[in-house]
Design a protein around this ligand. Sequence first.
Ligand SMILES: NC(=O)c1ccc[n+]([C@@H]2O[C@H](COP(=O)([O-])OP(=O)(O)OC[C@H]3O[C@@H](n4cnc5c(N)ncnc54)[C@H](O)[C@@H]3O)[C@@H](O)[C@H]2O)c1
Ligand SMILES: [Zn+2]
Length: 258
Amino acid sequence: MAGDFSGFVAGTYLRGMPYVQAPTSLLAMVDASIGGKTAINHAGAKNIVGLFNQPRAVVADIATLKTLPQRALVEGMGEVIKHALIRDADMLSTLEERLEDLLALEPELATGIIARNMALKGAIVSQDERETGGVRELLNYGHTLGHAFEAAGGYEALLHGEAVAAGMVAAGEIGRRVGVTPPDLVERQHALIERAGLPTKPPAGIDRERIRAALKMDKKIVAGGQRWVLLEGVGRPVVRADVPTAVVEAVLDELFRA
Ligand SMILES: NC(=O)c1ccc[n+]([C@@H]2O[C@H](COP(=O)([O-])OP(=O)(O)OC[C@H]3O[C@@H](n4cnc5c(N)ncnc54)[C@H](O)[C@@H]3O)[C@@H](O)[C@H]2O)c1
Ligand SMILES: [Zn+2]
């Protein structure tokens, strides 16, 4: 939050001044500090006023993570798992082998994984800085429903990384139903998310109508209708604009029933 806000202020104060990101949460290190998206919330809408503003540098010291609340640490794992799923099969295997060591911040492992995530996101953003050429869109894996869950929970029930985790589980299920995602990958993703202590569905009490409304809003904003990032395999995301609403509804039914 501090990084998104200060990046925005640095980009507008005196018509812009250089700045450096020094992230202190796992989510900010592996994701939010990289890529230049900065914004503030306004009139009840998240990130509605903002700009692309690249920092001169990003400096992350994993020692700061020692004081991070456990829930915030786990939240960051949502985006780490996302990166592995869309781009890095090796990292996915490492996460499966050493997830508990990573959550315990074993220094060499944590430094390596965080650096790898920063490089991975940096490489994607460098190819498509303003999300106009396609590849940056792949980072939205789990985010179509993730954002909807987050909004439906009034930005209180779920942290961003938690909403993304539940959104990935839902996207996996959607992918399976439209014949894109192999069932064993859906299972593998579910198991890792659960093991990390992340939610696999929106919490009880979240209003389904609010999820629908948030999805509709997303559809209006994004040119070409609702676009779903789905996984054909590990490291093989595809964007599909032809997912039937009935499939999304059926997956939501399942999440709400279970
Ligand atoms: N700009 C982007 O590209 C991008 C990408 C992903 C997420 N985000 C945004 O990032 C935000 C989530 O980031 P976050 O997880 O860092 O949440 P956050 O900034 O809300 O921080 C979580 C909590 O941890 C505290 N905290 C941070 N570092 C600490 C430390 N080292 N020790 C003790 N406490 C510490 C904070 O004060 C806060 O209470 C969301 O608003 C999300 O939308 C932005
Ligand atoms: Zn995200």
